[in-house]
Design a protein around this ligand. Structure first.
Ligand code: F6R
Length: 367
C-alpha cells in the first residue's frame, strides 16, 4: 500500500513467492488453502442447547449482513431444490412481517457485533419468533446466552468473509435439525472432496499457466468484472461480486440469467462494454433453456466486450457445485488483490463505517 492508502505498484508475477509474502501479510492464502478443512470442521458444529421446535418452521429467515449473509444465500439456493419452505435472507434492521411464531430466524454474524443482526434478534424476541444464533460470540453471543437461545459457536480469528464454510455449513446443519430437507451428509462429503481437489489446483504454489484462478485474475485486471450465474448459481455470482469488492477492492457487477436478458443485456451496447470482462458461471448438464441463454449471451456481448470467460462448477450435487464456484471466486479475487498491490485481508472503510456508527460521530439527521 502507498502512504496515501492507494494501490501500490502492481505485482506482475503471480508465481513469485515474494509477491505473496509482501502482498498478503495477514496470510489470506493460508485461510483459503484451509477452506476445505474449515468446511469439514463446520460439519461437526451443532447448536447448544439443541433446537426444541416440535415442527419444521413455516418460513426460515436468515438475518445477516455482508460475509455473514452469504451463507444464507447459499442455504436458500440448496433448500430451493429440496424444501417447500421459503427461505428469506434478511439484510437490514428489524424483521419482515412474515417472520412469526411459526417461523425460525437464524441470526448469522461472525463477529456478533453487527447492529442490523442485533436489531433482527430484538424484533424476533419481541414477537416470540424462535431464534438460533450463529456467531463467534460478541453481543449476539451474550444475548443468546442470556435468553437461553440455541447457539452455534464458531471458531474466531478470521475475517467474516473467510469464514463462509463455518457460516454456511452450520446454517445447513441448523436447517436440518429444524426438520427442513437440507442436503444429507453424503452431499457434504462430495463437496469436501471437490473443494480439496480445487484447493490443490488453485493454491498460490500452482503456477499461472495451470491455475485457473490466477489466469482469471489476470484477465480481470484493469477491467470491470461482470459475473453472471444461472437461476441455480445466482448466489455464487453475488458472492464473486462481494469477494472482488472486499478482497481486491474493485467494482464488480453480478447478474442472473435469464432476468438480465430482459434489461441489462441492452447496456452491453454501450462503448463502456470495451472495459468490461464477463465471467459466466456454468454448470455441466444445466437445463437446456439456461444453456441456450448463456450461448445467446456470449454471442451478443462478446463482440463489444473486453472479453468473456466461462467457468464450470465441479461435482454432481448442488452443495459441491455452489462451493466449487465460490472457491474459484475467492481465489480469483485474492490473486486480483495481489496483482493490484492491495491487502486482501483488510477492509479499512468497512471498519471505519462500523466505528463511526458505534461512536456516534454520524447522527444521520436529514438535512
Ligand atoms: C468482512 C466481511 C463483512 C462482514 C459484515 C458483517 O470480512 O465479510 O462483509 O461480514 O460487515 O459483519 P459480521 O459478519 O461480523 O456480522
Amino acid at each position: 500500500m502507498r502512504a496515501d492508502g492507494g494501490p501500490a505498484a502492481p505485482v506482475r508475477d503471480l508465481d513469485d513467492p515474494a509477491a505473496f509474502a509482501s502482498g498478503d501479510p495477514h496470510g489470506v492464502r493460508h485461510a483459503l488453502a484451509a477452506f476445505p478443512a474449515q468446511c469439514r470442521e463446520a460439519l461437526a458444529l451443532t447448536a447448544q442447547p439443541p433446537l426444541a421446535q416440535p415442527e419444521p418452521p413455516r418460513v426460515l429467515v436468515v438475518a445477516g449482513m455482508g460475509g455473514s449473509a452469504v451463507g444464507g444465500d447459499l442455504l436458500a439456493a440448496v433448500l430451493a431444490e429440496t424444501s417447500p419452505v421459503p427461505v428469506l435472507v434478511h439484510r437490514g434492521y428489524g424483521l419482515p412481517p412474515t417472520a412469526d411464531r411459526r417461523g425460525l430466524v437464524i441470526a448469522s454474524s461472525y463477529s456478533g457485533e453487527t447492529v442490523e443482526v442485533l436489531s433482527a434478534v430484538e424484533s424476533a424476541l419481541a414477537r416470540g419468533v424462535p431464534v438460533v444464533a450463529i456467531t463467534t460470540g460478541g453481543a449476539l453471543g451474550r444475548v443468546a446466552a442470556a435468553g437461553g437461545l440455541p447457539q452455534v459457536t464458531l471458531p474466531g480469528g478470521l475475517m467474516p468473509r473467510l469464514a463462509l464454510g463455518y457460516l454456511f455449513l452450520s446454517a445447513v446443519a441448523v436447517a436440518r435439525a429444524a426438520g427442513l430437507a437440507a442436503p444429507p451428509p453424503p452431499a457434504a462429503e462430495e463437496a469436501l472432496d471437490v473443494l480439496t481437489g480445487l484447493g490443490a489446483a488453485l493454491g498460490h504454489e500452482q503456477p499461472e499457466p495451470a491455475n485457473e484462478a490466477k489466469r482469471l485474475a489476470r484477465a480481470l485486471a484493469g477491467r470491470l468484472p461482470v459475473v453472471y450465474g444461472g437461476p441455480a448459481t445466482a448466489a455464487a455470482a453475488y458472492r464473486w461480486k462481494t469477494d472482488l469488492e472486499e478482497n481486491a477492492k474493485v467494482f464488480a457487477v453480478a447478474g442472473v440469467l435469464p432476468e438480465m436478458q430482459h434489461n441489462e443485456i441492452e447496456a452491453w451496447r454501450d462503448p463502456a462494454a470495451r472495459t468490461m470482462h464477463a465471467v459466466l458461471l456454468r454448470e455441466p448438464h444445466e437445463p437446456a433453456a439456461i444453456a441456450q441463454r448463456f450461448a445467446l449471451l456470449r454471442e451478443l456481448i462478446e463482440p463489444g466486450a473486453d472479453g468473456v470467460s466461462e467457468v464450470w462448477a465441479r461435482g454432481a450435487g448442488r452443495l459441491a457445485r455452489l462451493l466449487s464456484l465460490v472457491s474459484l471466486g475467492q481465489w480469483t479475487s485474492y490473486y486480483l488483490a495481489i496483482l493490484r498491490g492491495v491487502d486482501p485481508w483488510t477492509v479499512p472503510v468497512l471498519d471505519a463505517v462500523k466505528r463511526r456508527l458505534a461512536d456516534g460521530t454520524t447522527d444521520g439527521a436529514a438535512p
